[in-house]
Write a protein that binds this ligand. Structure first.
Ligand code: HEC
Length: 292
């Protein structure tokens, strides 16, 4: 097999294995990065909801306390303000969602659906679990990552409105009715904050980055291949072929064949010089033989 064929075979083989390995590692890394980015956004949204809840509980609830007797203002309820803030956000970011998914909610818009019920049950069964992350396919927004955290009845103050119809303020019953949102126990997990963040775009971006990486790797590979081929041809194949042709001619008795110019001082130059010396010795020996 010719030298260049051998070289190209090894070069392509090593290149293909190397690019496949690098491609797989890069794909995993980029996908992981996309997922982390989405997860961070999800956590940010949940923490924003918690901050809004904290603000309402700390600064708004007490302001509206005095009006509770006559009129129930849901604006004083932390859960309401967190849900409303995210509802406003979803006008600009329709694929993102936030919900305080609850099994037995005061406001039925917070009622947990099938897959959310499963998450709440998981939090109920595993009291130590503080966060649950998953991916789900939705027909409207495509693939989305969800981040969920448990909603616990953390203080006896919650029971003023969520324990029983009798204990709850009348204005609350007038507004929400006596049917649901009661019977909660202290420290019980009643629901889960669930945030959904679309994954399609970051995953598409990761794919595009991978394609760019692979194409540029292929470009570099082809360019290096061409340059190496030219170099091997110029520095090795061409001079060796010329030397071989010359050796052929000399061996067939053509003693006056032109000398091989040995311009370079590399290994091929050394070979040419050695060949020239051998040729001179052979010539001398022939002359001696002829004279004899
Ligand atoms: C003054 C009465 C009141 C108190 C006190 C109160 N809540 Fe609520 N809570 C409500 C009302 C009313 C809603 C429904 C708000 C809406 O319309 O979105 C609600 C909603 C919620 C929700 C969303 C699910 C649902 O029922 O719609 C959660 C979770 C929740 N509350 C937890 C708590 C926790 C935890 C505490 C104690 C820290 C607490 N609440 C204290 C009145 C109250």
């Amino acid at each position: 097999m010719k030298l260049l064929y051998k070289f190209n075979l090894v070069f392509i083989l090593v290149g293909a294995i190397g690019s496949a390995g690098a491609g797989l590692i890069a794909r995993d890394m980029l996908q992981q990065q996309a997922r982390d980015e989405v997860l961070n956004t999800g956590r940010l949204l949940i923490d924003t909801a918690l901050a809004v809840r904290g603000y309402t509980a700390g600064q708004i609830t007490s302001l509206l306390q005095s009006q509770l007797e006559q009129n129930f203002h849901p604006q004083a309820v932390p859960s309401y303000s967190a849900t409303e803030v995210h509802k406003a956000l979803s006008v600009r970011y329709p694929d993102y969602s936030y919900k305080e998914a609850t099994i037995n909610p005061t406001n039925l818009r917070d009622k947990a659906e099938g897959w959310e019920v499963d998450i709440v049950q998981k939090f109920k069964q595993e009291p130590k679990l503080e966060e649950y992350i998953g991916v789900r396919e939705s027909s409207s927004t495509g693939r989305a990552l969800y981040v969920a955290r448990p909603l616990r009845v953390g203080s006896p103050a919650c029971l003023a409105c969520h324990s029983s119809v009798e204990a709850a303020p009348k204005s609350l019953i007038e507004k929400y009715g006596p049917a649901n949102g009661f019977g909660w126990q202290l420290n019980e997990v009643v629901g889960a904050q669930v945030v959904q963040v679309p994954m399609e775009l970051p995953l598409k971006r990761a794919d595009a980055a991978l394609r760019l990486l692979l194409t540029s790797m292929l470009g570099v590979f082809v360019a290096v291949g061409i340059v190496l081929n030219l170099m091997i041809w110029w520095f090795v194949v061409r001079p060796v072929t010329r030397l071989a042709t010359l050796a052929d001619r000399v061996s067939q008795g053509e003693l006056d064949a032109p000398a091989f110019d040995r311009g370079s001082r590399d290994e091929i130059g050394l070979l040419a010089a050695a060949f020239a010396r051998m040729r001179t010795s052979v010539n001398k020996a022939m002359k001696l033989l002829e004279q004899g």
